[in-house]
Design a protein around this ligand. Structure first.
Ligand SMILES: [Zn+2]
Length: 219
């Protein structure tokens, strides 16, 4: 092999590792992330990103009816538009986590994006925030270390049904056929039109329970 093709090969290998480190929900290269909860029990974790949004209240209604507690990773700028819904999430006993202030790729302004959102949630709900999920799952070493310095655990996911582009039945089938102990399921309650998620939710809860799984919130 010529030294030029060796270089090209090395370059693509490096690029693959970099992309994996920046985006994979499982990568620990830039710091510790939680993608699955370590447990022997049949427990799964519903998480909702990008709210408070159009579907949040309807989702809260279903969770209440089904007696399920979940975790909401909320966006600071959307809290300003709809503080009442954030307060409702807290009052109904769900966990709130940080999903940044403006939903950017977090390669800069990490401290502002995380600390301001933390302050906002804590002031409005009088609840300590302990979890952070990076937008798009994208993080650098600095993102995770900033989260850590604010006392936040970085959480990704182990079940990602692409609910923002899939139909109801695809979301449902994906989640049910991939069920596993301690799994963190990533869904979206905003910012706009997440109706397929909403339509799938009741059956998703019923079928998971029928498969022997219980729901828990992050804590
Ligand atoms: Zn998001």
């Amino acid at each position: 092999m010529s030294s030029k093709s060796k270089f090209v090969l090395f370059f693509f290998f490096f690029l693959l590792v970099l992309i994996y480190s920046l985006f994979s929900p499982y990568s620990q290269i830039f710091g510790k992330v939680t993608h699955t909860i370590n447990t022997d029990e049949n427990v799964i974790y519903l998480t909702f990103d990008d709210g408070p949004g159009t579907e949040t209240n309807a989702i809260l209604n279903i969770l209440k009816e089904k007696n399920v507690k979940a975790t909401f990773f909320v966006v600071g700028e959307r809290i300003y538009k709809d503080p009442e819904t954030l307060i409702r999430i807290a009052q109904e006993g769900h966990t709130m986590g940080i999903h940044s202030m403006s939903h950017p790729y977090l390669y800069k302004n990490n401290y502002y994006e995380l600390s301001e959102t933390k302050k906002l949630i804590e002031e409005l709900t009088n609840t300590e925030v302990k979890f952070f999920r990076p937008p798009y799952g994208f993080r650098t070493w600095q993102t995770i270390s900033t989260a850590k310095s604010l006392g936040l655990e970085t959480v990704t996911w182990s079940s990602f049904p692409l609910d923002y582009i899939k139909e109801k039945n695809d979301i449902l089938n994906y989640v049910i056929s991939n069920l596993g102990k301690g799994q963190i399921i990533c869904l979206h309650d905003g910012p706009t039109n997440r109706q397929n998620t909403l339509f799938a939710l009741s059956e998703l809860i019923d079928q998971s329970r029928a498969n022997g799984y219980q729901f828990e919130k992050l804590k």
